[in-house]
Structure formats: C-alpha cells, structure tokens
Design a protein around this ligand. Structure first.
Ligand code: PEP
Ligand code: MG
Length: 583
C-alpha cells in the first residue's frame, strides 16, 4: 500500500473507486493559424466569451436557488473577468500578433493572468487562480478544445482525485456519487477547500503526486482526519480501515448525541467552545455540533469571493444572517484581514515580504474608506444582538488607537444620520504578533477582550512562514516559546479582568486541549467539525490535571517533547478517546 500525505480539510474516512482528473491544460497544444484565419479566430473568441458569460449567469441563478446567495457570489469574479476588456484584448492580441489559434491564445492569456495571481505570493489570492481555471475550462469547451467535462458527468460512486478544482466545481459536486475529494494542490483554508468542506464528505488537499500515483478505477482510501491518501490497500488493510470507518461513524453519532451538553470539565469548570466561520451560512452547521457562538468570523471571505469590496448593505446582510441564525449567541466579527497582495485584481506590485508587509489592520488603516464601510455595518448589526468586533494583527498601540478612533468616528456619523447602531459594542484585538503578546498587560487596559491567533503568532515567534511547505516541519504551535506567550497573554487578561479566547488551529487539536485549559484559557474557538472531539476531551479531564500538565510542559525544550508529553497525558486522562484517535 502506498500512502500519500495531505492536508486534512474535512474529516471522515472513505473507501472507494478512484476517478482521476488531471490538469486540464494538458490538452491545449498550439495550432498555428494562417493570416487569413485571424478574423474568424477572433470572432470565435468573442462568441465564446459571450456564450460563457450567458452560461455563468444561468449557473449563478441555479446555485443561488440550490445553495443560497452567498455561494452564488463566487460567479461574480468570473463575470467580472469576462467583462474586463483587458482579458479580451490579451487573447485577441495573441491571435493577431502570434498567429495563435483561439484555444491556445485563450489558454495562454489565462495562464499569464494566473501567474500574476500566483506571483502575489498569498495563499488566499492564489485561490483566484482556481477561479481562472474554471473560466478557462468553460471557454475551451466553447472553443471545442476540451472533451466531455468528466466532473460534471459523474454517474457512479467515486473518490474524486483532481489536480486542481475550482470553487465553483467544488460547490457543484454531486455527493450522491462523489464520496470523498482529494486535491493535489491547495491548503486547508483555501477558498476551494472551504467550499468543499461544506459538502459533508471527507476532503484532503495538497496531496502531491496523487494524480500521478493513482490509477483510474483503482481502490483508494481517503483519511480526512489524519490527512492522507492510501493507494492500493491490501485486503486485510482494507478490512481494518473499514472497521476504523465504522467505529468513527459510531463515535460521531455518539458525540452528536452529546453535542448540546455543556462543555464542563470533570471537576466542574465550564469552557465555552465557539466556532470559526468564513461564511454566514456556516452558522447552522456550527449550532448542530453544539457551538456556543462564533468566536471568529473571518470576514475577508466576503471580499475574496467577490470581484469588488462589499457594500455596507452586503456586509450588513451577511452579519445579520449570521446573528439571526445564532439565536442569541455571540457573534465575534473580525475586521478584514486582507493583505496589500490580496487586494484588487491587478493590485500593487507584489511586496518583497508580504507576511511582514501591508497586511491586515495595517492595510485597513491605509484604506480608510473601505474600513469605514465595514465598521458602519458592524455597528449597525450590533444594535440587533450580541456582536463583538475584533481587530487583527495589532502590533503597536497606535494601530489599536487609530482603529478605535475610526470606530468612534463612524459611530458619530451613524448618530447624525439617525441610523440605529450599538453604543457599547465590545472591542477586542487578536494577539498574533509577538510585540502584542509581550505587551499584553498594557493592551489589556484598552480592549474588552483578546483572542489569541496561534496561526500567525507561531509563524512570527518562530520565524517560519505558515504557508511554506519547505519549512513546514519547523512550524509548530506546540513549541514552548509559543506556549509561554499564550500563558502570559491569558494571565494578563485574567489580571485585568477581560475575556481571552484562542482561535488559532491549536484550538482544534484535541492533543493540546488539556494544555490550553491549564494555561488559563476558558474559551476556545475552532473549526466547527472539530467541536464534538474537543468537547469530549473537556468533559473527560480535570482542571487540576490540566494545570499540572501545563507546568510540566513549560519546562520542556521542543515541540516534539511537548507533543509526546501531551499524548501521554491525554491517554491517561481520556483513555477511550485517545485509543479511538490512535486507531
Ligand atoms: C490566527 O492567525 O491564528 C488566526 C486565527 O487568524 P488567520 O488564521 O485567519 O490568520
Ligand atoms: Mg491570523
């Protein structure tokens, strides 16, 4: 049996027959044309662009009915591109200038644009390249350069292994037949992964070599929990995996039965377990698994699923939907966490080091108009229920103060306009920059709550790019340097009497739960599908043990030692859970 590692996106285990869809670009060879064919090739392109625009409008309307207005928004980007004269001109110039055939000129022009997106060196913006692929696929089909679209005509149960998939393709997969999804590229938080994780099937991404190593119709196993693809398992291995899958299904059913019991430790300490969401429609699923509220609404997806900045009404509509669905539970809205490199189609030149550049709150403070639109909508929705606002990537006090001033200014504007808005909106900040963690005591005097973002904190403390595969082994939120910061931030918050949650991926890892509680955290915000497991760990452990574990761990030197120690402690405190996880 061959085992390919991958990034887990949506949990679950599926065994089935592989359907392999390789990169669609493979088929577009250049067919040079004669000068007298230029006009007819140009006309073919114009016709294809117009027909695809019509087709996209139909698809958008269909998706709107099936999946809601938000999912339909992903088509806005495609339509914006098709209507952009720059793309049209680029294709026509290739036909006229290089005597390229229509299909090749189209594929190459889209490839150029895609490279420009990739060069922006930002994981989220790179996803726009997937949208481009979708557009290319549609245009090439209209130009007669692609055969049958295999993904759309799946009519038997398969495990889909795709070199790349677009968000629109992911949203349109028919889960009656697609039992699991493997993507060769992408990451856990990529746009296509977010769309795919809403399908309710196991999904893995970044599974390198999968389309090369897997033969069509062969049997494969997708493990969405551990993040791996198993190719050609032997009969006894398969039997073992099937057994694992049925134990897992039973465990989930049991966890869901207990989803609405409070998360209280065995010695009576109540823990709030909230969810991280990217789209308002995820709230329903969050409540099904027993989420206590939204601890992180990553609002930048409102922007990234559209071709332009959302209007105040569009913000308001999304926040209102999330708040209404939460039925009285708290909604924590994080303001845009965009980078300069995530903004605009052609945008400014790529920054040499975008993770240390004009991203997040820094970008918002430089683009005050856009920021104010969002702040107005947040203040308005906060008049309708329990809403909190949170500023990301605060590193120095002046950033926090400027953001607060903008909020106050916008509040006065709403007052003058006579629009209902909140007067006492709780204001918090993410602690994800080492300077903010080290100065937490001082920041605690100026905000109502903290939320620790270990994803970024880890990359900045350890100087390891969180999105770079080649240094991935050095990236670990379990490193004692990160953990010491978490402890200090939690105690600064406690000392000043403000709330402190943790919303980085560390909160989703059952192995770290005892430690996080022991370090003083009482609120965790995590990927909704992980909530049942974390709740189960909380209910099995005693706070006294968690505190002992934290003391033990803080004496260690490396993340490996920490993880070994935590596995051992979890095994002792929650033996059943640990055994199931290990199986
Ligand atoms: C974090 O950095 O931990 C966080 C939650 O924010 P994001 O992953 O959106 O950067
Ligand atoms: Mg962050």
């Amino acid at each position: 049996m061959l085992q390919l590692p991958a990034i887990p996106v949506a949990p679950g285990l599926a065994v089935g027959e592989a359907m392999v869809v390789r990169d669609l670009r493979e088929g577009v060879e250049r067919q040079p044309i004669e000068a007298q064919q230029v006009d007819s090739e140009c006309l073919r392109v114009q016709d294809a662009l117009d027909r695809v625009a019509g087709e996209l409008e139909d698809d958008r309307d269909r998706v709107k009915v099936d999946l809601g207005a938000e999912a339909a928004e992903i088509f806005a980007f495609h339509l914006g591109l098709l209507r952009d004269p720059a793309l049209r001109e680029a294709i026509l110039n290739r036909i006229r200038g290089n005597l390229d055939d229509a299909a090749h000129a189209t594929a190459e022009s889209i490839l150029d644009l895609s490279r420009r997106f990739q060069a922006l060196n930002d994981p989220i913006f790179r996803e726009k390249a997937d949208d481009l692929l979708d557009l290319e696929r549609r245009l090439l089909r209209k130009l007669g350069a692609l055969g049958e679209d295999r993904i759309q005509s799946i009519d038997r149960p398969v495990i889909l292994i795709a070199a790349r998939l677009t968000p629109a393709q992911a949203a349109g997969l028919d889960t009656t037949f697609v039992k699991a999804l493997v993507m060769e590229t992408g990451g856990r938080t990529s746009h296509v992964s977010i769309m795919a994780s809403a399908l309710g099937i196991p999904v893995i991404a970044g599974c390198r070599g999968s389309t090369r190593h897997v033969k069509e119709h062969s049997t494969v196993v997708v493990d969405g929990d551990a993040g791996r693809l198993l190719v050609r398992p032997l009969d006894d291995e398969l039997a073992q995996l099937r057994e694992m899958a049925s134990r897992r299904a039973a465990r989930i059913a049991e966890a869901l039965d207990h989803a609405h019991e409070p998360a209280v430790t065995a010695d009576g300490v109540e823990i709030s377990i909230q969810g991280n969401i990217e789209l308002a429609r995820e709230v329903k699923g969050l409540l099904e698994v027993g989420g206590d509220g939204v601890g992180l609404f990553r609002t930048e997806y409102l922007y990234l699923t559209s071709s332009r900045a959302p209007t105040e009404e569009e913000h308001l509509q999304q926040y209102r939907k999330a708040l209404n669905d939460l039925g009285g539970r708290t909604l924590t809205i994080r303001t845009f966490d965009l980078g300069a490199d995530k903004v605009g189609l052609v945008g400014p030149d790529p920054e040499p080091n975008p993770m240390l550049g004009l991203r997040s709150i820094r970008y918002c403070l430089r683009n005050m108009q856009m920021f104010r639109v969002q702040l107005r909508a947040i203040l308005r929705v906060a008049a309708e229920g329990p809403v909190r606002v949170m500023f990301p990537l605060i590193g120095v006090h002046s950033e926090l103060r400027q953001a607060r001033m903008a909020l106050e200014d916008v509040r006065e504007e709403l007052l003058e306009e006579g629009l209902p808005h909140s007067r006492d909106l709780p204001v918090g900040m993410m602690i994800e920059v080492p300077s903010a963690a080290l100065m937490a005591s001082s920041f605690a005097r100026e905000v109502d709550f903290f939320s620790i973002g270990t994803n970024d904190l880890t990359q900045y403390v350890l100087a390891v790019d969180r999105g770079n595969d080649s240094v991935a082994s050095l990236y670990s939120s379990a490193h004692p340097a990160v953990l010491r910061m978490v402890k200090d931030v939690a105690s600064a918050a406690r000392h000043h009497g403000i709330d402190c949650s943790l919303c980085g991926e560390a909160a989703s890892d059952p192995c770290l739960t005892m430690l996080l509680l022991g370090l003083g955290l009482r609120t965790l915000s995590l990927t909704p599908s992980r909530i049942p497991d974390i709740r189960r760990v909380v209910r099995s452990v005693r706070m006294a043990d968690c505190e002992r574990v934290a003391r033990r761990v803080l004496r260690l030197e490396s993340d490996r030692q920490v993880l070994r120690c935590l596995q051992e402690e979890l095994g002792r405190a929650a033996p059943d859970f640990r055994a199931e996880q290990g199986s």
